[in-house]
Write a protein that binds this ligand. Structure first.
Ligand code: AAT
Length: 283
């Protein structure tokens, strides 16, 4: 029997049985492996860490996209940093009111392999006429982007190790602030509060974002295949409060069918357990 095993902490491992390895390669940036199994379907890992699988990707991609659109239903220009599997772009492109999506993924191989093995997330993304795909470092891209050119930036990144590290720096968040319009929103992959190493990434990211954006919150979602299952996204904005300013009725008018997100959950997801609040507020 074949088991894919991931180290969740020093003393804890998680395993998924797979039937076969579909593809393995070392790209210019990272080790990429695609597997096929029964429980989670096709899944891929980067440097030995779970990124996307067919069974729970809807949770991640619903939650990284829809809360921003329910807070500001007029979003038209979107920048996605990372997100090479295409799932975030897929959800953004469901809004017919969106006019332009720039996706900046450092590793073209991730996108090409997802087109081949994970059509559930990648199919149709490249073909959409509103989409501009760029294969370069997200940090370099935002440094060169003009002031106030996006309504929404979504940082769909790997963890702050290896190629993803630059996307968790103060310099990067400052550039995001500059590149966002006056009512711009920044959503970022904000790590997990549970295991110590992830929690320290979470705390540091929050401190940096809070020092730059007037509104900086985090919200939670349940991701069965990421360490501990308890993960967070960051919501930072120049003007909007994601709870006070939610436009639930406007969002319902889009008529989008979602499997995880709904506007009740939107509000609830910002209500954090005490230990998470304390960790975020700690100096
Ligand atoms: N949609 C959920 C999948 C991901 S993958 C994150 C992507 O970020 C990867 O394809 C990686 O190549 C890309 N990436 C990493 N660093 C950069 C960078 N500097 N510029 C642009 N793209 C980058 C997220 C999984 C989250 C896992 C949490 N444990």
């Amino acid at each position: 029997m074949n088991w894919y095993t991931e180290q969740w902490s020093n003393d804890c491992k998680f395993s998924i049985k797979y039937n076969k390895v579909l593809h393995s390669e070392k790209s210019a940036y990272q080790q990429i492996d695609f597997y096929q199994g029964d429980e989670f379907g096709t899944f891929f890992t980067l440097d030995g860490l779970m990124m996307v699988n067919e069974k729970d990707e809807f949770i991640y991609h619903d939650m990284i996209v829809h809360p921003a659109f329910a807070t500001n239903p007029s979003i038209k220009k979107v920048l996605i940093i990372g997100g090479g599997d295409g799932g975030t772009a897929r959800e953004v492109l469901r809004y017919k009111t969106v006019e332009e999506v720039v996706m900046v993924e450092i590793d073209e191989r991730v996108f090409r392999l997802c087109q081949k093995y994970l059509p559930i997330t990648a199919k149709g993304v490249e073909e959409d006429s509103r989409m501009q795909l760029r294969f370069e470092d997200g940090l370099a891209y935002v440094k060169n982007a003009p002031d106030e050119s996006f309504d929404l930036i979504i940082v769909d990144s790997t963890d702050p190790i290896s190629v993803g590290e630059g996307l968790f720096t103060t310099a990067f968040y400052q550039e995001c602030y500059r590149v966002l319009n006056k009512d711009g929103i920044l959503i970022n992959q904000h790590e997990s509060p549970y295991f110590a190493e992830d929690a320290s990434h979470m705390r540091r990211a929050h401190k940096k974002i809070k020092s730059i954006f007037p509104i900086a919150k985090v919200y939670q979602y349940h991701m069965p295949t990421y360490p501990s299952g308890h993960w967070l996204f960051g919501f930072a904005s120049k003007t909007y409060d994601p709870i006070k300013d939610i436009q639930a009725e406007e969002w319902e008018k889009f008529g989008l069918k979602t499997k995880y997100y709904n506007t009740d959950l939107h509000v609830g997801s910002f209500c954090l357990p005490t230990y998470v609040k304390e960790e975020l507020e700690r100096d």
